[in-house]
Write a protein that binds this ligand. Structure first.
Ligand SMILES: Cc1cc2nc3c(=O)[nH]c(=O)nc-3n(C[C@H](O)[C@H](O)[C@H](O)COP(=O)(O)O)c2cc1C
Length: 459
């Protein structure tokens, strides 16, 4: 197997066959640990190879009674030498200087005056065995063995069990053996979620707007991004369907995206009890049929929206007359709101909402006849808000059809892009004006969204 295959095969195993691990493989694992990097090549790591049944049981008990640990034929006790004490070193010691740079003088001075030296030294060696232990883990995986890091040991207890000298401490356990459980690959984040290129700037990431929009909706549905590749109908039971998001009147019992002929239905598991939800949908092949069924189960409760991703910025839109509103412009926003909603009382909440919009540069407007006539706002973005934003738009009735909405939205989008955000767009599926506006702003259709709201008092 090449290295990446081994890395991908490794995953945590907590159930083992009784077959022993051959001596030669144990030696190879320790050889791999020996070659690990360490700060200043200090090599403070040290590994106990524990095969004694009684000791394994005692270690498992010391690790929060995770007794499965004792079923592994061998448990590596991942230890570190804790004799280096930064309270005893000269002021120009490299290690001390590094810690001061990382954690600041104040914390380091506090820790240097702290009475329990063993605790402080342990803290600073905590990571020491981890890289060499991963070498052990990967070597094990290359031989078809499995294991699992255990970071819970009651350090004092484990040290007593292992009869360690006072300069050594056991920080992690790594039980290893032949797996006796089905292979389960936990979901891993996408490369784009765990990396960035040069300075942290989303525009330089290798994900385009379409992929970011996809990522955002994968959080809504509660599935990995790769699941979007699944053909047909995908059912996802999600705890998210029980939670009401800030800015929404209720939780969504069902949150369903239709992309081409694919359908992704995220639902509240309680619906399996009330409507046999899973069984109802599990044998359906075509999304049209599933949507009909959704409407039959929830008559008049299925709301349909359209979702767009931003494809290209329309450079030809002249939005020079658009103004970014500031905190002190609240009275214009207030008057705009009153004109649009004469029966609503904005007392209290509107000013707070406006402050949020203004502070986050989400409010762009056009003034005519001394009043604000078209203005953006933005809904709350519950997932990856550092990457995603969405313009909302309102224009006074008598000022519609003059292209103001397009200009204020273009200014919003330009500002979003300049601050590294990906603008999305959603509207009711039958709002033709909004669909047209989105298209004129460089958006393209991403998906149809079907939702069923839950009780208003949830969350
Ligand atoms: C430092 C560390 C400590 C851990 N401690 C425990 C533990 O005490 N018990 C446990 O069951 N798993 C423990 N794990 C395993 C993680 O739960 C596991 O690595 C994670 O869920 C990802 O799964 P994977 O290893 O299969 O990729 C630990 C992992 C690490 C890296």
């Amino acid at each position: 197997m090449d290295l990446l295959d081994v890395i991908k095969t490794r995953h945590s195993i907590r159930s083992f066959k009784p077959d022993p691990v051959p001596e030669s493989i144990i030696t190879e694992m320790l050889e791999a640990a020996r070659h690990a990097p360490s700060g200043g090549n200090a090599q403070t790591h040290c590994f106990g190879v524990i095969t004694d049944e009684d000791l394994k049981v005692k270690l498992a008990a010391a690790a929060g009674h995770q007794m499965w640990i004792a079923t592994a034929p061998v448990v590596f006790a991942c230890c570190a030498d804790i004799s280096w004490d930064m309270a005893d070193v000269p002021e120009d010691d490299f290690g001390l200087a590094v810690n001061k740079l990382r954690f600041g003088n104040e914390l380091i001075n506090y820790l240097n005056a702290y009475e329990d030296r063993k605790a402080v030294c342990t803290l600073f060696q905590n990571a020491a065995p981890l890289i060499p232990a991963e070498h052990i883990f990967l070597t094990a995986a290359a031989h078809g063995l499995g294991g699992c890091f255990v970071g819970y040991p009651d350090v004092k207890e484990a040290n007593t069990v292992l009869n360690l000298p006072s300069n050594l401490t056991c920080l992690f356990l790594l039980p290893v053996g032949y797996p006796d459980e089905a292979s389960y690959m936990p979901k891993k984040k996408e490369i784009s979620e765990i990396s960035f290129c040069n300075r942290f700037d989303r525009r330089l990431s290798n994900m385009n707007n379409y992929e970011y929009t996809k990522l955002y909706y994968s959080y809504w549905i509660d599935m990995g991004m790769e699941t979007f590749d699944n053909p047909g109908i995908t059912l996802v039971k999600s705890e998210k369907r029980k939670i009401r998001q800030v800015g929404y009147p209720a939780n969504f019992e069902v949150y369903c995206l239709a992309i081409g002929d694919k359908l992704f239905i995220s639902y509240n598991q309680n619906l399996d009890i009330t409507y046999n939800f899973y069984d109802e949908f599990t044998n359906i092949k075509y999304s049209e049929e599933a949507l009909l069924k959704l409407n039959r189960i929830f008559p008049n409760r299925v709301h349909r929206r359209k979702v767009f991703y931003h494809d290209t910025f329309r450079e030809d839109i002249d939005f020079r007359e658009v103004i970014m509103l500031k905190k002190e412009d609240y009275r214009y926003y207030h008057d705009f709101f009153i004109t649009q909603n004469p029966h609503l009382s904005p007392d209290g909440w509107l000013e707070e909402y406006y402050r949020y919009l203004a502070e986050n540069h989400l409010c762009f407007g056009i003034f005519k006849d001394d009043k604000l006539v078209s203005v953006t706002d933005s809904p709350f973005i519950p997932y990856i808000p550092e990457a995603i934003t969405e313009p909302g738009i309102n224009t006074l009735e008598e000022y519609r059809g003059k292209g103001y909405a397009k200009k204020v939205c273009a200014a919003f989008i330009k500002n979003a892009i300049d601050s590294g955000k990906v603008p999305i767009w959603t509207c009711r599926h039958d709002n033709k004006a909004s669909v047209k506006l989105a298209e004129s702003l460089g958006y393209r259709e991403f998906a149809d969204l079907y939702t069923v709201e839950g009780g208003k008092d949830n969350g």
